[in-house]
Design a protein around this ligand. Structure first.
Ligand SMILES: Nc1ncnc2c1ncn2[C@@H]1O[C@H](COP(=O)(O)OP(=O)(O)OP(=O)(O)O)[C@@H](O)[C@H]1O
Ligand SMILES: O=c1[nH]c(=O)c2[nH+]cn([C@@H]3O[C@H](COP(=O)(O)O)[C@@H](O)[C@H]3O)c2[nH]1
Ligand SMILES: NC(=O)CC[C@H](N)C(=O)O
Ligand SMILES: [Mg+2]
Length: 509
């Protein structure tokens, strides 16, 4: 039986962080939007209410039926959740005269309260609120305060319901992890047995039960997600798994051959499909980023469909979709604005008649890596930088031609090899070169040049949702720039991208 915690999302920017922290404590959890909570809550050990950009005083503020949870499950309400609980139990919430964002310290801690075990006076907590709980009903006991917020934490007497105004999920709340552990272990009674090994074991059993003797086709890209998905499926259904690796003409230099070679010894049933011309011809002349992505997504589906027809009686298409993809499409305010169309979310066209199986759709990227490690995948696969399905097409601004792809492949290879040589590849979360269709004047060997620009991008991140640019050492950048300009014909200038995400994104298109 899989014990789980349900996080009810009121739209806080920190909801995903709560999930990560809970999982770091080896407890499985799921995020559900407040307006779409599952009917049955079996195997649920506890409930966490998230914060929210809304104020409980707003008319259109998110509402839930508290009677489903209070006194039925242990509850931990955070920020908006705490305010909501107070307001709906006879307390009062008002706009505070001073909004409180950032660091605060607890000047009162009821340390014999179960939730606050091992948390001492002065513990630093992170606040982010404009409203404050001003009145609590008799049934509440205040268990923590700061200089400016009397009700920084409360417990509903004779129940397992607790609430805190601060955010235990952010690392700046120094005892946040302890608090969450107190809730999960001491209050909810979770056994902390959700580990990568346990995930592998239960997932393989589930896949076996679900797929039986059915045949499955999987798009394998050489990336982390699809590799881990492939190994899990292989362990579950063996030779009924058919992997397809598509050369869309937008891969990195020599990647097609390298990936096919590297996967030989894994015993997977892999077929390479050369679809370079199909992709490039469909992309010809298209300049708009979204239209490019859509064209690529369409051709991927066509190629998968053709490949699926070659395997008799195939019933399923497997994908390496991971949890952030899923969360984005069920966010509180409905599916979030389309920033970029990813080709692997959104379901299959009807004509494919295949069911979709996504064994990793509950995991974050770093969890996928840990599962891969537990499956014995080598570091060079697990440590590989993420590479988008649309490949170099979204790193060539404007229209894509075979010539531009070839230039970018050369520049990118020089960049990545230098990062490896300098021992930086594993320190960087993702790096790649971008082709800018901008011409600038240069001088080479006393001759005037008028050629294109290559931009280098390298970011630090945990899950790709937010990122900062890497402060690569100048001597390394100097060497890369020099080598690209000298060796790659068509490039006479190299620049470095110093934008974080947000507001920029990692890929340029
Ligand atoms: N060249 C390709 N051939 C076959 N399938 C592909 C190819 N590129 C992408 N896919 C499919 O699209 C999915 C999404 O690609 P994505 O790049 O997000 O994941 P990944 O390649 O598995 O991992 P990573 O994010 O580490 O690159 C993959 O899991 C894979 O199923
Ligand atoms: O499989 C994918 N299909 C796509 O269409 C796609 N677009 C972006 N990415 C990868 O997602 C991460 C975040 O990228 P952005 O900051 O550019 O949105 C980065 O790691 C990107 O490389 C994609 N992966
Ligand atoms: N982070 C939060 O949940 C904030 C709740 C509410 N919007 C406030 O400002 O007080
Ligand atoms: Mg990839």
């Amino acid at each position: 039986m899989l014990e789980k915690i349900i996080i009810i999302d009121f739209g806080s920017q920190f909801t995903q962080l709560i999930a990560r922290r809970v999982r770091e404590l080896n407890v499985y959890c799921e995020i559900h939007p407040f307006n779409n909570i599952p009917e049955t809550l079996s195997d649920v050990k506890g409930i966490i209410f998230s914060g929210s950009p809304y104020s409980v005083r707003q008319e259109d503020a998110p509402q839930i039926d508290l009677t489903r949870f209070h006194q039925k499950f242990p509850v931990l309400a955070v920020c908006y959740g705490a305010q909501y609980l107070a307001q709906h139990s006879g307390g009062e919430v008002q706009a505070s005269s001073t909004r409180e964002y950032g660091r605060a310290n607890l000047n009162f801690v009821q340390s014999d309260n179960k939730l606050l075990k091992n948390i001492g006076l002065n513990s630093q907590v992170w606040m982010s609120h404009g409203d404050t709980i001003t009145v609590v009903p008799e049934t509440f006991e205040i268990i923590a305060s700061t200089d400016s917020v009397k009700v920084a934490g409360f417990h509903v007497k004779n129940s397992d319901t607790y609430a805190i105004q601060f955010h235990p999920e952010v690392t700046h709340s120094t005892d946040g992890k302890q608090l969450l552990e107190n809730f999960l272990v001491d209050i909810c009674g979770c056994s902390q047995n959700w580990t990568p090994d346990a995930f592998v074991e239960t997932t393989i059993a589930e896949l076996k039960a679900k797929l039986g003797d059915d045949k499955v086709v999987l798009g394998l890209s050489g990336g982390v997600d699809s590799s881990v998905a492939a190994i899990l499926l292989h362990k579950a259904i063996g030779t009924n798994l058919h992997c397809i690796f598509v050369d869309n003409g937008l891969l990195r230099k020599d990647e097609y051959e390298a990936v096919l070679e590297q996967y030989k010894h894994l015993g997977l049933n892999i077929k390479g499909v050369d679809a370079k011309d199909r992709f490039l011809s469909q992309l010809a002349g298209i300049k708009d980023p979204e239209l490019k992505r859509k064209a690529i997504g369409r051709v991927f589906i066509e190629v998968f469909d053709d490949a699926a027809h070659e395997v008799q009686d195939v019933k399923w298409l497997a994908q390496g979709t991971i949890y952030p993809d899923v969360i984005e499409s069920v966010s509180v305010k409905g599916p979030s604005a389309t920033i970029k169309s990813h080709h692997n979310v959104g379901g299959l066209p009807d004509f494919m008649k295949l069911k979709v199986v996504e064994p990793l759709n509950t995991l974050f990227k770093d969890e996928v890596r840990r599962v891969g490690k537990s499956l014995g995948l080598e570091d060079f696969i697990l440590g590989r930088h993420p590479f988008p399905g649309p490949g170099l097409a979204i790193r060539i601004l404007g229209d894509v031609t075979a010539e531009k792809v070839a230039i970018l492949q050369e520049a990118d290879a020089i960049y990545i090899n230098n990062l490896k040589e300098a021992g930086l590849y594993d320190k960087v979360w993702q790096a790649g070169a971008i082709f800018l269709p901008v011409q600038s004047v240069g001088v080479m060997g006393d001759e005037r040049t008028y050629e294109n620009v290559i931009c280098l991008r390298a970011v630090e991140s945990v899950d790709g949702m937010t990122a900062d640019w890497c402060h690569l050492p100048y001597p390394v950048l100097a060497k890369i720039s020099n080598e690209i300009i000298n060796k790659v014909k068509g490039i006479n200038r190299v620049v470095y991208d110093i934008s974080s995400k947000p507001p920029a994104t990692i890929e340029w298109e």
